[in-house]
Structures are given as structure tokens and as C-alpha cells.
Design a protein around this ligand. Sequence first.
Ligand SMILES: NC(=O)c1ccc[n+]([C@@H]2O[C@H](COP(=O)([O-])OP(=O)(O)OC[C@H]3O[C@@H](n4cnc5c(N)ncnc54)[C@H](OP(=O)(O)O)[C@@H]3O)[C@@H](O)[C@H]2O)c1
Length: 249
Amino acid sequence: MRKLQGKVAIVTGSSMGIGADIAKGFATEGASVVVNYPSEKENANKVLDEIAQAGGKAIAVMADISVEADVIRLFEETRKAFGRLDVLVNNAGVYKFAPIEEVTPELFHLHFNINVLGTLLACRQAVKLFGDRGGSIINLASAAIVLNLPTSSVYAASKSAINTITAVLAKELGPRKIRVNSISPGLIDTEGTHAAGFIGSDLETSLAAQTPLGRTGRPSDITPIAVFLASEESGWLTGENLVVSGGLR
Ligand SMILES: NC(=O)c1ccc[n+]([C@@H]2O[C@H](COP(=O)([O-])OP(=O)(O)OC[C@H]3O[C@@H](n4cnc5c(N)ncnc54)[C@H](OP(=O)(O)O)[C@@H]3O)[C@@H](O)[C@H]2O)c1
């Protein structure tokens, strides 16, 4: 029996990076998956093709997670396609580091609208669709919260908010059989971290040197943890933040 057989999962921001890997991993474990992307469908189509070729089931839905009407439509499309929801992964996120002299209201709102408001809106809609069976919400936070990296103030603040949301909603929603947990990855080699210039930088070298397991992470290091948190195997876990960083703290 596959670990997510019969379940329906939405993975926000799953056209690339960690989200794409989680979407594919969930499908491999038997879930029907909603691949969410904000604008360009090309990458989402690649994820759909890979899932289909492996015999899995998925649809793609365009939705900017920071826009309320889009989020409502994302869950409505999910209901129309699959009739239920069991797992929400709040993965869509941005990370733009800036020294304090360069912090602007725009930078703040970009992070808090996508990383924080997007997570809250998606949780709100998920709770309506989970129904009496309950469900599992998995929020992508970040090890940046504990590393306190210079120039990460806006990003790290947004991810600290994610952990607070996880802790509060775990208590608020536990009586409705809805579990809420966070994953805090260390640096992971993704399209996003390449584009941001983290991969190949002195920061990457320094973080790998401080990592007990001695390397930069990969999306495939995160996916099994997400599968675990989505599955009944973690049925007695809620309100937890799993730091998945090869031991980097
Ligand atoms: N990679 C790391 O080192 C690391 C470490 C700790 C935590 N995290 C967290 O893990 C998550 C994924 O990171 P990643 O490195 O995989 O990112 P990534 O490679 O940049 O991929 C991000 C995904 O989110 C989508 N997205 C961006 N804005 C969106 C929006 N407003 N609505 C819907 N989707 C949106 C992107 O689509 P487009 O490309 O089309 O915009 C893309 O599919 C983020 O929350 C990040 O903060 C990452």
C-alpha cells in the first residue's frame, strides 16, 4: 500500500524546485496532486508530464497565492477535479536577501504577501475543503530562522511568521483532526537558489562547511519528510517544526 493512496494534495508553487519534487513524490505515493503555478505554465506542464509518465494523477492550476480570488479558485478547481482535499503544502515562496539599507516597503510586502498572506489564505480555504476527515497542512518555513544570516531580515521574519502560524493553527485546528506542521530546510539546490546566486557562492561554501552532514541539500532530501507529514505515519504529530538541514543550525 502506497503511503498517500487515495489522498488529494495541493502543493503551492510546484512548477519547480522543492514544490515540484514534493508534487512528484506525492504522486509516486499514490496521491492525486494539484500542481500550482503563478503565471508561466511551461514548467508546470513538465511536472504534469513526469507524473503522468510515472502513472500518477495530477492537474495544474494557475493561481498567484498572494491574490485572494486566485486562492479561492485554486481550491474550487481542486474540488471540481477531485471532490476532496486531504493535504495542503504551503510551499510557494520568495527569498530576496537585502542589507537593511536596501529594505523597502515593496520588498517587505513581496515577502509577506506571498510567504505569509498566501499561506494564511490557502489554510483558510483548505479548512473548508478538508471536511470531517480532517487533513494535514505542511508549511515550508526555513532554517534561516535559526541561522540569523546577515541580509536575511525580511525573508527570515516572514518565515518566523510561518512557524508561529503553524503553532497557532495546530492548536486551533487539532479538534477538527487537522494537523499542521512545518519543514525548515537548510540551503537546498533549486532553480530559485541558483537564480538568487546562492548556489556556487561563498555563502553556500560556508554553510556546507558548517553542516555536519557536509553538503548542500537537495529537493529529494525534503520530499520524504513531506510524505511522512502528509501520511498517517505522522498521525500523532502536530505543531512541530522539523529542521531538515543535514544538522546545520
Ligand atoms: N531552496 C532553499 O534553499 C530553501 C531553504 C529554506 C526554505 N525554502 C522555502 O522552500 C520553498 C520553495 O523554495 P525553492 O527554492 O524550491 O523555490 P523556487 O525554486 O524559486 O520555486 C518556487 C516556486 O514557487 C512558485 N511561486 C512563486 N511565487 C508564487 C506565487 N505568488 N504563487 C504561486 N506560486 C508561486 C514559483 O513559480 P515561478 O517560478 O513561475 O514564479 C516556483 O514554482 C519556499 O517557500 C522557500 O522559502 C527554500
